[in-house]
Design a protein. Sequence first.
Length: 421
Amino acid sequence: MKKAGIWYPYAQMKNLELNYKVESAKGVYLQLSNGQRLIDAISSWWAVIHGYGHPELDQAVTEQLKRVAHVMLGGLVNEPAERLAQKLVEITPPGLNHVFFGDSGSVGVEIALKMAVQYWFNQGVPQKSRMVALRKAYHGDTTGCMSVCDPEDGMHALFQDILRKQFFVDAPNCAPDGKTDDVEADVRKLESLFQAHHQEIAGFILEPLLQAAGGFNMYSPVYLKKVRALCDKYQILLLCDEVATGFGRTGSLFASNQADITPDIMILGKGLTAGYMGHSATLATDKIFEAFYSDRPEHAFMHGPTFMGNPLACAIALKSIEVFQREDYLKKIKVIENILKTHLLSFHSEKVKAIRVLGATGVIEFFHKKDLKGAQDFAAKQGVWLRPFNTYLYTMPPYIISEEELLKVIEVMKLWVLTQY
Ligand SMILES: *Cc1c(COP(=O)(O)O)cnc(C)c1O
């Protein structure tokens, strides 16, 4: 038996080795207690988009601390939350005018699912209560979220019998810049499901353009555009989970922008607070909001995470967005994408199943899980923090990464293929 203490995530505790203790971090670098310095090539689960210890973000925290660290949103107004809601309405696709805060991505998704179901309930159509999701989807680890993750490969297969039964459709095969034929084939699968079951379906939830933790599947904005039209045709709400894709990861501020669509509900997390603390925002259109806005108390949305609208989190998010826009991060992301395309997509090896790049995301897919055994320690020895999972070795670096640092990350990923297994 191990000594009492932290129960670590996604790990068999019996085999877990903990060799990396972080003492401090600055920019893209993690400073370990053993004196080593690692480039964090995955932005602490994709959240630390400005790198660590960004002076302006640090200052935003300290200034907010002098005023108030936390105050409930139940009946009390705070300025950072008010301003952040305004800002999010301004920068997200047009029509998303209402912001419900939560304290993590999973909670943001739960809020979105509950909102979609109650939308139909309030309209007097309670039979529309199930969700459609994509295979290879990942939407979080709480029970509502688990029910819309890939039912077999999504880590949560064990719980299938206790989760709400949702509908699943094959993950889109159409590559980001692929042929329209492929898009049509993907869309047909979705339409036949909608046709058969729309009377029971409240909404369709997806990760736009990039299915992240469920397998780094990247697909065409044309699919997304057609999904929007199909959802309208069959009266199904469209829920875009932009927890991973939001704030630039796929090359535009939000992935939805590339298809020029407005989802009915959109979820933001991870990069929202730049990795400083957990927070999420679930945005809804007027159409959704108005279904709750009535003289009947039972039409109200009965939800309220303790830390929703936390002033520190909102102050950080506001500063993060300000820096993102002022310093033209979309340009930085374009540079990252070009480097990834030049140096990763050109790489070929029979040991590799596929290589994909979209925005500031690059992934090498292997044939077998065992092909990545030891890859994390190997990369760390070379000065790079990677956390491969399943058959994926990937990078999602902080956007402030320099060309030289990014080239090093790519080099280490390739070196693993060339020399190690
Ligand atoms: C990470 C993630 C979540 C869950 O966010 P947490 O903050 O870990 O709860 C939900 N959806 C997507 C697409 C994610 O990548």
